[in-house]
Design a binder for this molecule. Structure first.
Ligand code: BG6
Length: 255
């Protein structure tokens, strides 16, 4: 039974990797919408994949969200983390402090016994404020580190959920609806074809600055995120997608 089951997941991984054109897909069993323990497994798998790819001394950029918070929970010390630096991919997002990138990347670093930097800026700024903050030496140092990151780890959110979770104006919310935004990641909102329909003005890692030599680990699960994952992966295919059975089956069934 176990072998068959494992085979089932492998098959899902293979199919999803083909369908989304992602080189590597990891599917953990279950649906994190239904069982919280599945989110823990997503976290465990994320730490495992990070460990497979990291080398001592590397810079690791980490985004926020509840899924990455469970990856931080699963982090344990290992020689692989020697001299690594964890850096938040973004400033604060007007979200609860426990799930902000600053909190998660520093928590990961402390559990890994590595070092970390903080990005002391709010997110979603006016263009003028963003420009002047980016002149601050402390901010510039972190931005330079972010550019040198060899690993980038981030989640994907369902557009409406994310707009609700953040301090998003009513006018922007209705624009996102008009433009049929389905997914959000890093402040980029995309429609189901993977086209960017809105981008927040933020300090931090920008997707168009990512280089092919960086490993991007995307982690998102739960059948409710199927459309969001599908859409987002069209926009920005990553090196590794870590998801769960609930999301994987829903993506493939609707394809
Ligand atoms: C973060 C991304 O990593 O995960 C966000 O930066 C994304 O943009 C979020 O929306 C998803 O959060 P959660 O709580 O669903 O894991």
């Amino acid at each position: 039974h176990t072998v068959k089951y494992a085979f089932g997941l492998e098959e899902l991984e293979r199919k999803l990797s083909g369908y989304l054109s992602v080189p590597k897909v990891i599917v953990v069993s279950g649906d994190s919408d239904e069982l919280p323990v599945v989110k823990k497994e997503l976290g465990r798998a994320t730490v495992q994949q990070m460990k497979n790819r990291v080398s001592p001394g590397d810079v690791i950029a980490v985004a926020g969200g509840t899924t990455l918070a469970s990856a931080a929970d699963m982090m344990v010390p290992d020689a692989k983390w020697n001299n690594t630096i964890f850096v938040p991919a973004r400033g604060g997002l007007g979200e609860k402090v426990e799930i902000q990138a600053n909190t998660i990347s520093s928590a990961m670093a402390m559990k890994a016994q590595a070092s970390y930097r903080l990005l002391h800026v709010p997110d979603q700024l006016s263009e003028d404020t963003r420009r002047s903050l980016m002149q601050e030496p402390g901010v510039q140092e972190v931005l330079a580190l972010l550019k040198s990151a060899s690993l980038v780890v981030h989640g994907i959110g369902e557009a409406k959920t994310m707009a609700g979770r953040r301090t998003t104006s009513a006018s922007l919310r209705s624009r996102l609806e008009e433009e049929s935004a389905v997914a959000e990641s890093f402040g980029y909102y995309v429609n189901q074809d993977g086209k960017v329909v809105h981008r927040e003005n933020t300090v931090g890692l920008q997707w168009d600055e990512l280089r092919p030599d960086q490993t991007v680990i995307t982690v998102a699960g739960g059948s409710s995120k199927a459309k969001a994952i599908d859409a987002y992966m069209r926009y920005r295919p990553s090196s590794i997608l870590i998801t769960d059975e609930g999301a994987a089956k829903a993506i493939l069934n609707q394809s």
